[in-house]
Write a protein that binds this ligand. Structure first.
Ligand code: FES
Length: 174
């Protein structure tokens, strides 16, 4: 009951629109099929293939490895490293650790939410950006900080943060 409800919740329309090639899971399933303690590595590698863990991937993995579906959802929803929804091409991680919080990271988040017209944790309709609040990114002296891919941007103001996003969008649209 609980599993079907959670599954339904995450199988949102955006996923239905995506073509998920479940065959990509075969090597992962083969690698971990009869091993103990395989749940987290399977979920991590599934996410690295799709960028998130599609609902259909849970079903296939459960069917072919015998892993309990409820356990899989339990772990995937417990750990923040796992995503159950598709993400944008650029994941914008806004640091809300202590140093950044003190330097008004909230204003950076608000500015980017306005620029992208989405809330924290959401993805833009064009699939380009996902906004994500995270804990300390490890470069507190540059607070407030955000990270996009491997690139770190520090000493931000709401205006400079918005400009970074607009520049990326302009490049993407050219
Ligand atoms: S608190 Fe933001 S980088 Fe450390």
């Amino acid at each position: 009951m609980r599993v079907s409800r959670i599954k339904k919740q995450f199988k949102e329309k955006e996923e239905a629109e995506l073509n998920v090639d479940l065959d990509l899971l075969n090597p992962i399933i083969q690698k971990y099929k009869n091993k103990k303690g395989n749940l987290i590595p399977i979920l991590q590698q599934t996410q690295s293939v799709f960028g998130y863990i599609p609902a259909d991937a849970f079903s296939k993995i459960s069917l072919e490895t015998g892993l309990n579906l409820s356990d899989m959802y339990g772990v995937a929803t417990f750990y923040s490293q796992f995503r159950l929804k598709p993400v944008g091409k650029h994941i914008v991680k806004i640091c809300h650790g202590t140093a950044c919080h003190v330097q008004n990271a909230t204003a950076i988040s608000t500015a980017l939410e306005e620029t992208l017209k989405i809330n924290d944790g959401e993805t833009t309709k064009d699939g380009l950006f996902t906004l994500e609040s995270v804990a300390c990114l490890g470069c507190c002296s540059l607070a407030p900080v955000l990270m996009i891919g491997d690139e770190t941007y520090g000493k931000l103001t709401p205006k400079s943060a918005s400009k970074i996003i607009k520049d990326i969008r302009r490049k993407e649209n050219n």
